[in-house]
Every structure is written in C-alpha cells, then in structure tokens.
Design a protein around this ligand. Structure first.
Ligand SMILES: NC(=O)c1ccc[n+]([C@@H]2O[C@H](COP(=O)([O-])OP(=O)(O)OC[C@H]3O[C@@H](n4cnc5c(N)ncnc54)[C@H](OP(=O)(O)O)[C@@H]3O)[C@@H](O)[C@H]2O)c1
Length: 281
C-alpha cells in the first residue's frame, strides 16, 4: 500500500508511521512538511499522489486552548479535514480520519458508534465538524474515534504525572471523569489493520476496560515504583478547567469487536508495556 500520514510528528501520527513502515510505502508529513490548513499545499502534496490512503492524525489537541482559540480549532479540526477529503477524492485515496470521545456529552455510561454526539467543548464541536466534513466530501472514508491517548513523543497525562511526582509529595487528580487510557502504539496498530483491510465507516478504537483519571494516575505511580497513596482524589468542581469534560466518555468498541478484529488489550497491560519501554519515554 501507499500511505500518507499527516500530523506525523504527534503522539499517534508517529506510531501510525511506524506501524505502516515495515511493509508499506509511507510519506510522513509533520506540520513543517505540510500545514493541513493550507488548501493549496494540501492539494499540491496529496491531491496528485496516487496513494491508497491518507491518514489524518493532525489536530489542534489542546482542549483548553481551543476554548479561546476558536478560529484555530475550526481551521485545523474541521476545515482542514475538508481539504484532506478533497485531496483524497482527487487522488482516489481513502481518507482515514482520527476523532475523539469528546464528541459525546458524557451523560451516558458508554457510547457506541451510532450514539448521537453532543460535544460540550469547542474542541469536541470542532472535531465533530471534522467528522461531518469527512462524510460529506469524501466517498471512501473511515473515522476512528479514540480516547485518552499517551505515547512516547510529546506531552501526555502519564508524563505529567511522572513530572509532578518528581516535584511534589502529593498529587491531586479528578475522580469523577471515566474513560479508557489508550496506548498510541496499540491504536496505531489497529488503524493499520483497518486501513489494510479497507474497512469503512465509524469505529471506536481504545484499549479495553475503563477507569478514572485518579485510578489511572495511581496505576502510573505503581508502575514507576512510587507510592500510589501520594495520589489524592478530587473533583472537577475543585479543579476547574476552561473546557468542560464529559463525565464518562467510555467508547464501546462495538464495530471493531464484531468485525473480526477482537478487542484491544486491557489499558492496564498496555500501560505496563509503555512504562517498561523506559528508553522511549
Ligand atoms: N491526545 C488524546 O488524548 C486524544 C484523545 C482522543 C482523540 N485524539 C485525536 O487523536 C489524534 C492524534 O492526537 P495526538 O494525541 O497524537 O495529538 P498530538 O500529539 O497533539 O499530535 C497532533 C499533531 O498535529 C500537528 N498539527 C497541528 N496543527 C497542524 C496543522 N495545521 N498542520 C499539520 N499538522 C498540525 C501537531 O503539530 P504541533 O505539535 O506542531 O502543533 C501535532 O504534531 C487527533 O485527531 C486527536 O484529536 C487525541
């Protein structure tokens, strides 16, 4: 297969590039090589290259900054996806677009692929707008919604916890938001499988199981050989953030499991592997 990956320097994009590189021809575009908000550049780089799939991992992912940088959120997470969908159409490629659990409001305990989205934040609304662009503009598409990603490059919750553990004796973490921590390497491998099998439609793809940020933080401490009692539960009311988060954004991997792929390993097992790859941290 010939595959183009946008946002290739990010947590997920870098793993998607690795997943495909062993057996496929991959062109990896970090932001420096391709700004997805630039229509002309997108069409020039991708519109004419006869590839099988364009995998869009580029996004403005700072959920709190999206609340104030609304134009940038929509330019990157919505309009740029239209550009990529047009490029995919003109090159005959499938567009695989990565989206988020934050398209849901969190009032249900878990969500299937067909549940109606109702985003609470600008980030979630802009990502939902991107999903709509995919479906309206491209004829051959795959949307992968994932959640709570951590990987070896860039910033994430696991690295933040380890940094706080080095600086503070106690760490307070919210215990009233549920979701599924997901290892970027596992998500990338599942994306690779779906694209290679030319699957279409919406798939929820996370590690299995569910937890809260508080329990996740305790697990990080345990894996690092630190005392998990140093982590204290608190509430979203106490630690106010600019963007509201869903109370529960557990994604049921309904389509993935019933399409012969099986479920991804449990989040706790994936975390153990991530933490044991210390040289990559
Ligand atoms: N992180 C999570 O917990 C999470 C959860 C659910 C879904 N997702 C989704 O998963 C996907 C990958 O997320 P991630 O965690 O890998 O995020 P990430 O590490 O922030 O990677 C996103 C990449 O996109 C790049 N980018 C931003 N604006 C761009 C532009 N205009 N043109 C080209 N590249 C641009 C970023 O570059 P700069 O760093 O230079 O800005 C970054 O390298 C996104 O679609 C995200 O919405 C993430």
């Amino acid at each position: 297969m010939r595959v183009a990956v946008t946002g290739a320097a990010g947590q997920l994009g870098s793993e998607v590039v690795k997943s495909f590189s062993s057996a496929h021809e991959v062109r990896a575009f970090g932001r420096e090589q391709l700004d997805v908000t630039d229509y002309d550049q997108v069409m020039q780089e991708l519109g004419a290259w006869q590839c099988d799939a364009i995998i869009n991992c580029a996004a403005f992912t700072d959920v709190d900054r999206c609340e104030t940088e609304v134009e940038r959120a929509y330019a990157t997470n919505a309009l740029a996806v239209r550009h990529l969908a047009e490029a995919a159409e003109s090159s005959g490629a499938q567009l695989c677009h990565v989206s988020t659990d934050y398209v849901f409001d969190g009032n249900a305990d878990s969500y299937r692929e067909w549940d109606p989205p109702a985003p609470l934040s600008v980030y979630g609304a802009s990502k939902l707008a991107g999903e709509l662009e995919v479906q309206e503009v491209s004829t051959n598409w795959l949307i992968v919604r994932t959640a709570w990603i951590y990987g070896h490059v860039g910033r994430n919750f696991v690295k933040t916890m380890l940094m706080l553990a080095a600086e503070q004796t106690q760490v307070e973490v919210v215990d009233d938001q549920r979701g599924t921590p997901s290892y970027a390497r596992d998500i990338a491998s599942a994306i690779c499988g779906l694209v290679r099998r030319r699957r279409r439609g919406i798939f929820h793809v996370t590690n299995s199981g569910e937890t809260t940020w508080y329990e996740f933080a305790r697990a990080v401490f345990e894996e690092a050989g630190l005392d998990p009692k140093r982590v204290h539960p608190t509430s979203s009311e106490t630690i106010r953030r600019p963007a509201p988060r869903p109370r529960s954004s557990v994604l049921e991997n309904f389509a993935l499991i019933r399409s012969g792929t099986g479920e991804l390993r449990h989040w706790r097992e994936a975390l153990t592997e991530f933490m044991s790859n210390q040289e990559e941290l």
